[in-house]
Ligand binder design. Structure first.
Ligand SMILES: NC(=O)C1=CN([C@@H]2O[C@H](COP(=O)(O)OP(=O)(O)OC[C@H]3O[C@@H](n4cnc5c(N)ncnc54)[C@H](O)[C@@H]3O)[C@@H](O)[C@H]2O)C=CC1
Ligand SMILES: O=C(O)/C=C\C(=O)CC(=O)O
Length: 355
């Protein structure tokens, strides 16, 4: 019998090839006048293109976004926004740039327009992350949810193939865990299954032809759906393991998601059989966990933690951290399950088949 709570998120989403051209109109719709444009150093040329498009609606560029949002960078960006008299920020880039925008919004309330160029999905969530003194903390706050999101598949054409695949699997992870979230609902289930389907279809095409605009559009559509799921329901074991490995051992975000996901899904398979059946169906596979590892490996993405910078001697500490403050999960993974989580991490480290 159905029993759920659904809360819609107040966001405006503009999707389509060439939709970057609608940015100035979207700033008007927000009632704003001067935008600070945020980017990573690598994406400064895209930020400059935005400034050119905006003319006198551009207050300036802050191009120092980096992964996991160091608090010093967030403070600096906030000061620059204030000094330049910006009344909104435009974040053009992946999760790192969107994350920087979110930390500005957290204190200042400055509205954010996100223009995602990866498939991380942060633009659809009220989740923020910030790193202080080497420790990353995450939180949820409605103030950080971007007010407007412009999805222009043209902008992701330059995303390197490896990051296209791993970022797509980062998105799939949001949907996969959404299907067994304790606060899930039928709308999110539909979005999750459709998001996984779209990405599973698009990624092999992008591996072969990274410039294919239809596949870029399909992947970004999947990222929107999967990001929406993450924004609406809770995270579980998989995200906890990735936050532990990324935050405490500085592993690359999308790659960690890619490697860990098959193992987390295998761990949860007996406790959430219907969710896992739906993941497999959306992947077009008869085994969800193996289907996810195949999707990664067949498209040139890493499947072993040892290949993305993890050290064998850190596995014990990773298991300790992960079980010390667990997220809700359909199969418990607190201190009593430490041995099972350590074994899961070993399989992920080795790149073994999920079991
Ligand atoms: N709060 C949330 O809901 C979520 C937050 N995140 C956060 O996002 C961060 C990771 O974001 P990602 O998108 O994986 O990577 P990223 O934003 O760090 O981008 C990785 C690299 O790719 C470059 N890049 C991005 N798009 C490009 C394009 N179209 N063409 C060429 N280069 C491009 C960037 O400039 C950067 O150098 C992490 O800090 C993670 O914690 C990720 C997912 C959800
Ligand atoms: O793991 C994810 O992809 C989702 C959430 C985060 O990364 C949290 C953050 O913003 O750092």
């Amino acid at each position: 019998m159905r029993d759920f709570i659904y809360v819609g998120q107040p966001q405006r989403v503009v999707f389509g090839a060439g939709s970057l051209a609608r940015l100035a109109g979207e700033i008007d719709t927000l009632g704003a006048r001067r935008a600070l444009v945020l980017s990573t150093p690598e994406q400064r040329p895209q930020a400059e293109r935005v400034v050119e498009l905006l003319g006198d609606k551009a207050a300036g560029i802050f191009d120092r976004a980096v992964m996991h949002v160091p608090i010093e960078t967030a403070r600096e960006a906030r000061e620059v926004a204030q000094k330049l008299g910006a009344d909104c920020a435009v974040a053009i880039g992946g999760g790192s740039t969107t994350g920087l925008g979110k930390t500005i919004a957290l204190d200042s309330g400055l509205p954010i327009i996100a223009i995602p160029t990866t498939y991380a999905g942060s633009e659809m969530t009220p989740i923020y992350g910030i790193t202080e003194g080497g420790l990353k903390k995450t939180g949820k706050d409605a103030r950080v949810l971007p007010r407007t999101v412009i999805y222009d598949p043209e902008l992701s054409r330059t995303l390197p193939v490896r990051l296209s695949i791993t970022s797509g699997l980062n998105a799939i992870a949001h949907a996969a865990e959404g299907l067994y979230a304790k606060d899930g609902n039928p709308v999110m289930d539909l979005m999750a299954a459709e998001g996984i389907r779209a990405l599973a279809r698009a990624l092999p095409v992008l591996r072969q032809t990274p410039d294919d605009l239809d596949a870029r559009s399909d992947a970004l559509y999947g990222a929107w759906l999967c990001g929406s799921v993450l924004g609406n329901v809770g995270m579980a074991l998989h995200h906890k393991l990735c936050h532990t490995l990324g935050g405490s051992f500085n592993l690359p975000h999308a790659e960690v998601h890619t490697v860990v996901l098959p193992h987390a899904i295998a761990f949860n398979a007996s406790a959430a059989p219907e969710a896992v059946r739906r993941i497999a169906e959306a992947l077009g596979s008869d085994n969800a966990a193996q289907g996810l590892q195949d999707l990664a490996r067949d498209n040139g993405a890493p499947i072993a933690l040892k290949d993305i910078g993890m050290r064998a001697e850190d596995l014990d500490r990773a298991a300790d951290i992960a079980v010390s403050n667990p997220y809700w999960n359909p199969r418990p993974f607190g201190p009593e399950q430490r041995g099972e989580i350590r074994a899961l991490l070993q399989r992920a480290y080795d790149g073994a088949p999920p079991s």
